[in-house]
Design a protein. Structure first.
Length: 480
């Protein structure tokens, strides 16, 4: 049975950077660091067999697993079938067998040499990633608690976890913010390992995988939406479909599934880690989302922040289709008061008012747009409208020395030098004594130098020194 949320669509305008980074880190660790594990295992097992340890320890291993009937029968069957390398691998990788063995051979006359050879084998074995950094409750390490959540046992294990990490991560990251998302992901991963450590204190089975932290994301997702009804996808056997339900109603289903696995199944899945992650993720976000964690309500409620703009533009288009340009202007003006820097809305307003270029509204629209040039984020849009406006017959706005100086400066600084030069020449012609001219000549000269136009660079500097010799810029150039 599979139940996963299908409430949110992926929006690449808000990329889930942390989620993608976590996926990349997990993949790099698996394909990079863990990729050498097979070689390490082969090397350790080869030494184990060739040193004679395998034949000496195999009878003791049968004693060790005497009450684990399924494992005992499997090892016995393979042993009789001649799969000695497989049996030797089982013995050597059994971390819990180490203590049993030491106890059994403590009175053996060959104990010292035996343990010396054994140490060489176990040192090689302990360099394997999931033994060195896995969470082993009976033999815990600080590194194991943290690093284990980035290790995986197989390519399939990694793939499955990364799919679920993306499904839950991309929307949670947007809803609660990247910093809180990262912190809670790591905290719930640690909580998952902590529960495994507490409830299985005698276990020597290494726990690895991101699933504990991902279970934390699952719990966070349900806590985020709480009683809100959201869309889920489910798959049972050969049947799959969608349903809507309060998010919190799925919590006992997911928890029950993990508890069933913990008590009634016998596999290598770390159900206690899943439970620890799920419960801690749900509890942490549920308790903190109203005071510590700022939730993007517009995102989870699917409120489009651009909806008023889209509605205004649609209304304006309807008025235009009915040749009611005055009403279209009023609609745009009313929304521009709230969204004065929205490019789409400003361009619509410009287009509407351009039908009557002699009217003051048209030139006011142009000024609204030109004023945005001081912000580099808007300079491309301003230049686009400037090019359109320049093709008009009546460009009285560009008769203002203040506007010319303003655009010259910002076009020069942000890669539109050619148009900055045109504006500068226009300003020189209109108001050759403008106080801004020395500085503008210097700025345009620097833009020429940046574009490797040495001729233009010298021309503007020479003009500056010759026509404005008393300016601060000219004096500075003379000193140099």
């Amino acid at each position: 049975m599979l139940i996963v949320p299908a409430e949110q669509k992926l929006d690449w305008s808000k990329p889930p950077i942390i989620t993608l980074l976590l996926i990349i880190i997990n993949c790099i660790i698996y394909w990079g660091y863990q990729g050498n594990d097979e070689h390490k295992i082969d090397q350790a097992v080869t030494y184990y067999i060739n040193s004679g340890l395998y034949e000496k320890e195999k009878p003791l291993y049968y004693q060790y697993i005497d009450k684990e009937y399924k494992l005992y029968n499997e090892v016995y069957r393979l042993d009789k079938a001649g799969y000695s390398e497989y049996v030797a691998t089982n013995i050597l990788l059994s971390v819990g067998f180490d203590l049993f063995l030491k106890e059994k051979i403590k009175d053996n006359e060959d104990k010292d040499q035996w343990l010396k050879s054994r140490k060489i084998a176990t040192d090689q074995r302990d360099d394997i990633s999931y033994i060195r950094f896995g969470i082993i409750p009976a033999k815990p390490t600080a590194g194991g608690f943290f690093v284990s959540m980035f290790l995986h046992g197989s390519g399939d294990h990694l793939l499955g976890n990364m799919i679920f990490l993306f499904i839950f991560g991309f929307s949670l990251e947007i809803a609660i913010g990247r910093i809180i998302f990262t912190a809670l992901y790591l905290v719930t991963g640690l909580a998952a390992n902590a529960l495994f450590f507490v409830l299985e204190p005698q276990s020597f089975q290494p726990g690895i995988g991101a699933s504990g932290a991902i279970a934390g994301l699952m719990g966070m997702y349900l806590a985020l939406y709480g009683l809100r009804k959201i869309k889920f996808f489910y798959w049972i056997g050969f049947y799959f479909n969608y349903f809507r339900a309060p998010a919190i109603a799925i919590f006992p289903i997911w928890l029950g599934k993990e508890l069933y696995g913990a008590f009634f199944t016998f596999d290598n899945v770390n159900y206690w880690a899943h439970i620890g992650g799920l419960v801690s993720g749900f509890g942490l976000l549920y308790l903190s989302k109203n005071w510590l964690v700022k939730v993007d309500i517009d995102y989870i409620e699917k409120n489009d922040p651009n909806e008023p703009i889209v509605r205004a533009i649609n209304q304006a288009d309807n008025y235009i289709s009915n040749f009611n340009l005055d009403a279209a202007q009023r609609v745009c003006q009313s929304v521009l008061n709230e969204y004065p820097e929205n490019h789409q809305l400003l361009e619509k307003y410009y287009t509407i008012t351009s039908h009557n270029p002699a009217h003051k509204n048209f030139h006011q629209a142009v000024l609204k747009i030109f004023q945005l040039a001081k912000n580099p984020q808007h300079i491309g849009f301003v230049h686009k409208i400037f090019k359109k406006y320049s093709q008009q017959k009546n460009i009285s706005t560009l008769n203002s020395p203040k506007v010319l100086a303003f655009l010259t400066e910002h076009f020069s600084k942000h890669g539109y030098r050619a148009d900055a030069e045109i504006l500068l020449k226009r300003l020189l012609k209109l108001d050759g004594k403008n106080a801004e001219l020395p500085n503008l000549l210097f700025i345009v000269a620097k833009a020429c130098a940046k574009d490797k136009d040495q001729t233009g660079y010298q021309r503007y500097l020479n003009y500056l020194v010759h026509h404005y010799p008393d300016s601060q810029q000219a004096k500075l150039l003379k000193k140099n």
